[in-house]
Ligand binder design. Structure first.
Ligand code: XMP
Length: 514
């Protein structure tokens, strides 16, 4: 997307908040891009950013392996904003002094603004900010002025006339209530951005690019019914219509009514070329008796590739494979020593597909964060229940049945899952949580129903709040909602006589049970 004029780049020093900075900037209608801190000044000049943000990071500027950007960036005549470690790096590079703090400062602090212009325009003179740092700046380099202070930080915000700024606190987190305004002031008032990045303009540009890339050739797309592949399908369909062929594989471990819903929406309403493959038998035969979670995942992943390849052969003249890859999937995490956020990898449903298929990739959502993907979906008239869908893992219900998967226990889990979704929707809670689903445990316990003793399975409710799936906490739902879900499952689902609520957070527990 070389024709995006306004860009803010974020040099990533390994902060857990780097993506959050990028999202906050996008919310201001400005395109932001996370790049390696190793970029040279000439590489940065080639990107032609309106501004540069130096992210926070877990290192100390004095660490042997501390990430340092090229000092030439200060001579580029592009405004710079250093956040936390970014500020310390600026101070260190330009002749100031950074020292280990006497104690780590973590949590809220009260900021007193000394000079509101330009960063603190239209924000309170006294405001709450979020601190999270060990080292601190003790002496400023020549020419820098403090523009805000806290009790613990004389240099909580600093400025240099050559448009270099630093913040010791984190404007990107919600615990800094004026954080977005501060970033807005930097982008608009300092960098001169105008706010050109909207999903409407993205769709227009993207449609043109897809047409240019694809020409008169055919594209195939694996449609799962999830948000990303659905939005990718709608966008590519808008661009090239009947040249797009979607393939939906019913692997036997999808939710109740899933295949029908996909057929109705994409086949009937959108009139896309849609190939629904019923392959449940093949998957379930291979899964028979398998209890190890990783083996289940591998079987489903490999079988998917086999089925998809077979189907794709029907479109022998296809040259492209479309995928709903999004920005968090492609950000190159910088391997910074000891930085856990650099090690977390996202799941890939169709991992391995492109390499075995010898097709060129079309990935129109590569630049978008999830909330942007949803907005694109809305603008393309996808219904709210598709664009706001909760995440669903590629290996589907198979990883929500502990132990071996078969038709019987899948039917039980499907019924319980439908009840959970139904009650969550009725209580207006479905869109408020990150995920809400049932897990089937092959653990029998004693119960009574009527006058009879029962000895049946257990369903666990896993309902969590999360920002991005990396960390999560169990949702504090009203007791009467939990009661309704429990009663309905025990009364309506044969083979279940006990419902439990999972109150583990991630970490250390994961969201899915397998
Ligand atoms: P965990 O269980 O690792 O899950 O805490 C984090 C998030 O990822 C989803 N998940 C998957 N998504 N393919 C996916 O597309 C997968 O294989 C997969 N496994 C887990 C999970 O539902 C949660 O939102």
């Amino acid at each position: 997307m070389d024709d995006i004029h306004e860009k803010i780049i974020i040099l990533d020093f390994g902060s857990q908040y780097t993506q959050l900075i990028a999202r906050r900037i996008r919310e201001l209608n400005i395109y932001s891009q996370i790049v390696s801190y190793r970029l040279t000044p000439s590489e940065i000049r080639a990107i032609n950013p309106a501004g540069i943000i130096l992210s926070g990071g877990p290192s100390s500027v004095y660490d042997e392996n501390a990430p340092h950007c090229d000092r030439g960036i200060y001579d580029l005549d592009v405004p710079i904003l250093g956040i936390c470690y970014g500020l310390q790096l600026i101070a260190h590079h330009l002749g100031g002094r950074v020292v280990p703090g006497t104690h780590r400062e973590y949590g809220p602090a009260t900021l007193n603004v000394v000079e509101p212009r330009p960063l603190f325009n239209d924000t309170p003179a006294e405001q709450r900010v979020w601190m999270s740092h060990g080292d601190k700046v003790l002496e400023l380099p020549d020419g820098f002025q403090p523009v805000a202070t806290t009790d613990n930080s004389e240099f909580a915000a600093v400025a240099h006339p050559t448009r270099i700024y630093g913040l010791q606190f984190h404007p990107e987190v919600v615990h800094t209530p004026s954080g977005s305004e501060i970033l807005c002031n930097f982008c608009y008032d300092v960098c001169g951005c105008k706010g050109e990045w909207t999903m409407k303009s993205f769709i227009e540009r993207s449609v043109g690019e897809i047409r240019e890339q694809v020409g008169g050739d055919k594209v195939i797309l694996g449609l799962s019914g999830g948000v990303d592949s659905s939005v990718a399908a709608a966008l590519i369909h808008k661009a090239i219509g009947a040249q797009l062929n979607c393939i939906f594989v019913d692997n036997g471990v999808v939710r109740e009514g899933e295949a029908e819903t996909v057929r109705q929406l994409f086949g009937n309403a959108f009139k896309m070329n849609l190939d629904c493959v019923t392959a449940a038998d093949r998957f379930l035969d291979k899964l028979a008796g398998v209890t190890d979670p990783e083996t289940k995942r591998k079987i489903i992943g490999n079988e998917f590739i086999t089925v998809f390849e077979e189907e794709a052969r029907k479109f022998s003249n296809a040259r492209f494979l479309a995928q709903g890859t999004t920005y968090p999937d492609v950000i190159e995490s910088v391997p910074i020593d000891g930085n856990p956020s650099a090690m977390i990898k996202s799941h890939h449903n169709v991992g391995g597909l492109p390499s075995v298929m010898n097709l060129e990739l079309v990935e129109p959502l590569r630049q978008l964060f999830k909330d942007e993907v949803r907005e694109v979906g809305r603008q393309l008239d996808l219904p709210e229940n598709v664009v706001m869908r909760q995440p669903f893992p590629g290996p589907g219900l198979a990883v929500r049945i502990i132990g071996a998967v078969n038709r019987e226990n899948l039917a039980v889990l499907r019924q319980a899952d439908t009840i959970v979704i139904d009650e969550m929707r009725k209580a207006d809670c479905y869109y408020k949580v990150w995920q809400s689903f049932a897990v089937l445990l092959p653990v029998q316990s004693v119960g009574v129903m009527g006058d009879e003793r029962t000895y049946e399975n257990t369903v666990v409710l896993r309902i969590v709040d999360s920002q991005d799936g990396m960390t999560a906490d169990w949702s504090r739902l009203p007791y009467d909602l939990l009661e309704r879900i429990s009663n309905r499952i025990i009364n309506e689902v044969r083979g279940v006589n006990r419902v439990c609520y999972d109150i583990s957070s991630k970490p250390p527990s994961t969201i899915e049970w397998e």
